[in-house]
Design a protein around this ligand. Structure first.
Ligand SMILES: Cc1cc2nc3c(=O)[nH]c(=O)nc-3n(C[C@H](O)[C@H](O)[C@H](O)COP(=O)(O)OP(=O)(O)OC[C@H]3O[C@@H](n4cnc5c(N)ncnc54)[C@H](O)[C@@H]3O)c2cc1C
Ligand code: SF4
Length: 279
């Protein structure tokens, strides 16, 4: 395997695709390569290419979660979502761009079962063990999206800038289907460069985990209230993609995941109440 270090976005994009894969912090990609869940002839190092840092509402996609969790310019919900993600070592290395593109934690997928997300014909989780799986949009693939920051950015109404387009964060994701098993709309040679995050009047992130630290969200709830009086609520760990909540009544929990709906109800109530607390 080769490593290339382009020094411009154009060179990086030209080097991608056809067996070449982008490498940011490597905290997700390297384990996937080691376990042969991802394959690459060439790794395209993004360090000198993708912007880093925070400038008001703009966040470089190469900014680490560790930087985001302590920057006062960042809305509370996103700071908290970064602080609660992974471990300090991983947050010091893992970037926000890589976090948004991390693969599912579904244990069948990680063990390389020939499931629908791997192009197969069955969802092994629906028929098998799915305690941590999705409570929305789970009929084709029942995986639960693992990113806390993605749910925060969804509720905050963030925009993603790539090397070729600008899109609402919601449009970065898609539900997998029979014809197309991808869960993002990013092209294989497309780079996320920057995020733009509107400043809410108030926002909060609450998360339920199996342990108090360093576990993926069983359910994560983000609430964000804006100057025009609207409040948006989004969930992590609830659907194959970050989920903008309309109503919990629409949940379709599989057997043994009903408890997630109860957790979500409580966390939504608490997150909305947190928006009313004086800062
Ligand atoms: C043990 C463990 C626990 C974790 N716990 C949590 C958790 O609780 N909550 C949570 O939200 N996350 C969690 N994570 C995920 C972690 O936050 C991500 O691994 C990390 O943020 C990925 O960033 P990276 O820079 O290392 O990405 P990489 O591993 O370098 O890349 C990940 C993917 O994104 C692509 N990519 C990276 N940057 C770009 C870009 N700018 N444009 C286009 N493609 C790009 C890569 O090609 C690759 O496919 C955990 C990870 C681990 C290993
Ligand atoms: S939930 Fe999705 S990733 Fe997991 S086994 Fe089913 S199809 Fe595969």
């Amino acid at each position: 395997m080769q490593l290339v270090r382009p020094d411009s976005v154009a060179d990086a994009v030209a080097a991608l695709g056809n067996g070449s894969v982008a490498l940011a912090g490597g905290t997700e990609l390297v384990p996937l390569l080691r376990s042969r869940l991802a394959a690459a002839d060439t790794l395209v190092e993004l360090r000198d290419v993708v912007p880093k840092g925070i400038d008001g509402p703009r966040i470089g996609a190469g900014t680490t979660l560790g930087k985001l969790e302590v920057d006062p310019q960042i809305p509370d919900a996103l700071r908290e979502a970064c602080r609660l993600a992974a471990s300090p070592q991983l947050r010091a290395t893992g970037t926000i761009g890589g976090n948004l593109l991390q693969a599912t934690r579904c244990w069948y997928w990680r063990l390389d079962f020939p499931c629908r997300l791997h192009g197969g014909e069955r969802c092994h989780a629906r028929d098998g063990q799915h305690r941590e799986h999705a409570i929305f949009a789970n009929d084709f693939c029942a995986s639960a999206h693992p990113s806390d920051p993605a749910a925060a950015l969804l509720a905050l109404g963030a925009t993603v800038r790539t090397d070729r387009r600008e899109l609402p964060l919601a449009d970065l994701y898609r539900l997998p289907t029979e014809e197309d098993r991808a869960t993002t709309t990013l092209a294989p040679d497309e780079l996320i460069l920057e995020l733009e995050v509107p400043q809410p009047d108030a926002s909060a992130y609450l998360m339920a985990m199996d342990r108090r630290r360093w576990a993926f969200a069983l359910v994560g709830v983000v609430a964000a209230r804006f100057a025009d009086g609207t409040t948006r609520v989004a969930l992590a760990g609830a659907a194959p993609i970050p989920w903008l909540l309309d109503s919990l009544d629409a949940a379709t929990p599989l057997p043994r995941t009903e408890y997630k709906v109860r957790i979500a109800e409580t966390l939504v109530r608490r997150a909305r109440a947190a928006l009313e607390q004086p800062r």
